[in-house]
Design a protein around this ligand. Structure first.
Ligand code: NAP
Length: 300
């Protein structure tokens, strides 16, 4: 199929989640036709019902929508919940990518699949390249790694994008939680011994829609995409506080003081050189994107 000339049909799964909704905004003005699917509805947004764990349904919708590209934003993203429900995590994060990849292999569609920094153990001390050996610490991380493998093993044309610490104006995420807590509390404790890179979903969504518009499908492979820079969750919270003008005290604590079921990597900063060199992408710094985001939320 020659994808360079025609208007593409782009099917987004999990279209009502954080990244899905960021894509709804980012694809405005795109020359391509985006179709958003999910298992829920979205007030004010058109959604085609599609349970991606049902292969027959995926085949029917891909055929009826004539999908040239599938962007898989569906997933089980509750890192804590996955520890007590590994079957659901495996179904959505490993089995679903396998189903989508098999359908893409059969139809010739391109798959853009989203993965995570949590496939790494956190032993690294410098930004992690795409070819570093993964070793997930959590059920979520292991299920996402299995999803990547299923996509690669299928032999379909796929771009796997690993991102991290995503926030947006939608759904549940760290920035929204902090903004809410900082209004209601005098002080909060935030872990300082996990270092990574926050990623604004709008930046990742803009990268993906540009990738589709530029028809860069011959650059299939695995790429890291987060914002630039690195920080701890504590630094991230302090930045949210300072940029929003809140006065809540933010105190650092260790992961041990804040026990969670799922272990997280202590260091999971991803190296972005490959995505920058391959696509000529200019990636904003996390703080710059946070500043813009908070000023928009505040209506400035
Ligand atoms: N959020 C992060 O910090 C982060 C970091 C690294 C990587 N990622 C990856 O980025 C991707 C997108 O993350 P996100 O934060 O946008 O996730 P999200 O907000 O949790 O969105 C996932 C969407 O998938 C939907 N979904 C669940 N089961 C489904 C099914 N059977 N069929 C169709 N849709 C289904 C969810 O619906 P319900 O809400 O109704 O269940 C939700 O709308 C995921 O692959 C995630 O692993 C996220």
């Amino acid at each position: 199929m020659n994808m360079n000339r025609k208007r593409l049909n782009v099917l987004v799964t999990g279209g009502n989640g954080q990244l899905g909704r960021a894509l709804r905004a980012a694809c405005k003005g795109s020359p391509d036709r985006y179709v958003f699917t999910d298992i829920s509805s979205l007030p004010g947004g058109e959604t085609v019902f599609l349970d991606v764990s049902n292969k027959a349904a995926v085949e029917i919708v891909c055929e009826s929508e004539k999908a040239d590209v599938i962007i898989n934003c569906a997933g089980y993203t509750d890192v804590e919940g996955a520890e007590s429900d590994p079957a659901t995590a495996a179904r959505l994060n490993a089995e679903v990518p396998r189903i989508l990849a098999e359908v893409c292999k059969k139809t010739g569609a391109v798959l853009i699949h989203i993965s995570t920094d949590y496939i790494f153990s956190g032993e690294a001390s410098e930004p992690i390249r795409e070819d570093a050996a993964p070793s997930p610490l959590s059920v979520y991380g292991a299920s996402k790694l299995a999803g990547e493998k299923a996509v690669r093993d299928s032999g379909c044309s796929a771009l796997i994008l690993r991102t991290a610490w995503m926030w947006s104006e939608y759904g549940r995420n760290f920035v929204r939680t902090m903004l809410r807590l900082m209004v209601n509390r005098d002080s909060i404790k935030v872990v300082r011994d996990q270092t990574g890179t926050p990623t604004y979903a709008g930046d990742l969504a803009a990268f993906i829609t540009n990738l589709v518009s530029s028809r860069s499908f011959d650059k299939a492979g695995t790429y890291n995409y987060t914002n630039l820079g690195a920080c701890s969750w504590y630094d991230f919270a302090v930045a949210v506080r300072d940029l929003s003008g809140a006065s809540c005290e933010v105190a650092p604590c260790s992961s041990e003081e804040f026990p969670q079921k799922a272990r997280r990597p202590h260091y999971s900063v991803l190296d972005k050189s490959l995505v920058q060199e391959t696509f000529g992408t200019e990636i904003p710094g996390w703080r710059e994107s946070l500043e813009k985001h908070i000023s928009e939320v505040n209506g400035n």
